[in-house]
Write a protein that binds this ligand. Structure first.
Ligand code: ADP
Ligand code: ZN
Length: 625
């Protein structure tokens, strides 16, 4: 019965003229949205006119509609290249729910399924076809597709083409050839993260020299950002942060597989529905955990960066970095996975000077050109400058992406409680001299003991140094913070020494300038004088996302009933719940309490196909609750 109603309300209707009006009609009927957002109309207009374009829109900005709608309005098949199967599968499932004829083709599919898709391509009844770059660029595939009229080719996650970006995929480089193979189809490259240099690379590689560029603001007003320095490994702090956000879905990123396993174990032991995910786990287990996470109303995914790209779960309420990434691009993309539904969400990063030192060593050990290393090092430093800086975080990120006229967000930790800079130059001089006297032979703990005059088994040679015990003004924690600060500024340098890092002097010019008092050193807050102060700052005001989902107590039962109903429909069809309706859509229904189909259609996210499929059931739930 469902199949029948589908064909009645198919999204597939070719328009005589591919105008923006036709596109708006599809937006309303098929996707149930009132109007285009941000730069969508501009991008879509360009593609409808048959011209190629590059669109950089923030996560959640509606990139996929930019190629989905022209594929429905223009004659021919829309080809979409996407790097990950999970991403494609999700989009295809969501499109089918909206009555769009979309499929994904890959080599793992059964021959019968493949030939069915080819049959539909041949008869022109398919609107969109999703392919991986490797799959598309196979000569036989290109040959076959070159016989087919195309509405467009879309390259999703286009930043993967650039080695200056953070997620370079060599197979993306082949996509430049699409210009020759399909000379008549406009090409649309879309991404959420690309600085000016990456954009230039995309244009060169994908032969989009004359294409118009659309770069939207990177602002994500629903995201509240914060960052704090780690105490030790930081796992205890992660546990606290997760415990403060119960009944919410979140992602916790850790830097290593081992770190992921340990953190997940601790969270599970604390009663949190946590799932571990990294490339060391069996492929099937990973797939099961991904499904569990997508299908849960509240689950915490603890993962390495193996988890992420293309995971479009819209109701992730927070992303916590237990270990920081290595560049602003990666940071923005990773925290961008929170709040895709537009409801309030949080991005929280824990970082330390050792994380910085470790990331630098990793870059240094890579087998890439020195020029690439230099760029990566610079990106790393810029990222830590933001983390440890004193100005609005989103503003710093947006300026980094080249946005002009950026104002403060008013919602990040630094906007909410602006830090006061404290001059610690004199203490810095003491610490630098101590490190110098100790000859770079000791780790951080030992340097602190030396400053406090508490070294165990200290040789006479050490206790007689002029720096021994000169640092009574701070506690051990205070000195550790100051040493971190000096590392962030490049004034101290950590040597790996097989996991027992030694501290030495950093960049000589800077060190000299501090000794002479020509360069001042300041810190965000006064270093702890006693060890118990060190934890005091954690009383920061809690901000927990979810306000847009506030439906009022009188509608709460309806909202929960709608969610439960959605879970059942999703389970029946083996799709994630958000493919049926997003939380924000259900919340809107619960607030508005539509009493007929016409009113239900007015809710954003309710298109014709969904109205046809689910309208009666939803209206019935509204009546009964
Ligand atoms: P991304 O740019 O991250 O790929 P998506 O294309 O997944 O974003 O869209 C993010 C969300 O915004 C989706 O839930 C989508 O339905 C919604 N959306 C996209 N365009 C509009 C619009 N014009 N009006 C309302 N919602 C929209
Ligand atoms: Zn701010």
């Amino acid at each position: 019965m469902q199949a029948e109603s589908l064909s009645l309300f198919s999204a597939r209707r070719r328009y005589a003229e591919p105008t923006l009006e036709a596109a708006r009609d599809v937006l309303r009927r098929t996707f149930g949205h009132t109007d285009f957002r941000g730069l969508q109309a501009g991008v879509i207009g360009e593609v409808l006119a048959g011209r190629s374009a590059l669109a950089v829109l923030p996560t959640g900005g509606g990139k996929s509609l930019c190629y989905q709608i022209p594929s429905l309005v223009r004659q021919g098949l829309g080809l979409v290249v996407s790097p990950l199967i999970a991403l494609m599968a999700d989009q295809v499932a969501a499109l089918k729910q909206s009555g769009v004829a979309a499929e994904r083709l890959d080599s793992s599919m059964a021959p019968a399924a493949r030939s069915d898709i080819w049959r539909r391509v041949g008869e022109g009844s398919l609107d969109l076809l999703y392919l991986s770059p490797e799959g598309l660029m196979q000569p036989s595939m290109l040959e076959r597709l070159s016989q087919v009229p195309l509405a467009l080719t879309a390259i999703d996650e286009a930043h993967c083409v650039s080695q200056w970006g953070h997620d370079f995929r060599p197979e993306y480089r082949m996509l430049g050839r699409l210009a020759e193979v399909f000379p008549d189809a406009p090409r649309l490259a879309v991404t959420a993260t690309a600085d000016a240099r990456t954009r230039e690379d995309i244009r060169n590689e994908l032969r989009l020299k004359d294409a118009q560029e659309f770069v939207d603001s990177f602002a994500r007003p629903e995201l509240a950002l914060s960052a704090e320095r780690k105490r030790g490994q930081g796992h205890q702090r992660v546990l606290e942060l997760v415990a403060e956000r119960p009944k919410r879905s979140g992602v916790v990123y850790a830097g290593s597989r081992d770190g992921v396993d340990k953190l997940a174990e601790r969270l599970i032991a604390a009663g949190v529905p946590a799932l571990a995910y990294h490339a060391g786990l069996d492929k099937d287990l990973r797939a099961v955990r991904l499904d569990q996470f997508l299908e849960a109303d509240a689950a915490v995914m603890v993962a390495t960066i193996a988890f992420g790209m293309g995971v479009d779960k819209p109701d992730v309420r927070y992303v916590i970095h237990a270990d920081p990434p290595a560049a602003i691009e990666a940071y923005w993309q990773e925290i961008g996975r929170a709040g895709r539904d537009g409801a309030p969400a949080e991005g929280i990063t824990l970082y330390s000077a050792s994380d910085l030192a470790w990331a630098m060593r990793r870059i240094d050990s890579r087998e890439v050109d020195d020029a690439v290393k230099m760029v990566q090092m610079r990106k790393l430093r810029q990222f830590y400058a933001m983390l440890d800086g004193t100005g609005c975080r989103p503003a710093a990120v947006r300026r980094y992406f080249g946005e002009a006229g950026v104002t403060q967000c008013g919602a990040c930790d630094l906007c909410l409680s602006p830090p006061q800079a404290v001059d610690v130059t004199e203490a810095a001089q003491k610490a630098l001299s101590a490190v110098h006297r100790l000859g770079g032979r000791f780790g951080r703990g030992r340097v602190v003991d030396h400053l406090l005059g508490k070294s165990k088994h200290a040789a006479a040679a050490e206790t007689q140094m002029s720096t021994y015990g000169i640092g009574k003004e701070f506690s051990a924690a205070g000195w550790r913070d100051l040493l971190d600060q000096l590392m962030f500024e490049g004034l101290l340098h950590e040597e790996p020494n097989d996991g027992r890092p030694l501290i030495g002097l950093g960049e000589p010019d800077g060190v000299r300038a501090v000794y002479r008092g020509e360069q001042r050193v300041s810190m965000r807050r006064t270093p702890a004088v006693t060890d118990s102060d060190a934890t005091g700052r954690r009383g920061r005001k809690r901000r927990i996302g979810g306000d847009n989902l506030e439906v009022g107590t009188e509608n709460a039962a309806l909202f929960e009933a709608l969610r439960a109903w959605r879970r059942d429909r999703a389970a029946e069809q083996h799709v994630p719940p958000y493919v049926i309706f997003h939380d924000v859509t259900l919340a809107d229904i619960a607030r508005r309490r539509p009493s007929n189909a016409e009113e239900l259609k007015g809710v954003s996210g309710v298109g014709q196909s969904k109205l046809q499929r689910y309208g009666t059931a939803v209206l019935d739930l509204v009546r009964r609750h």
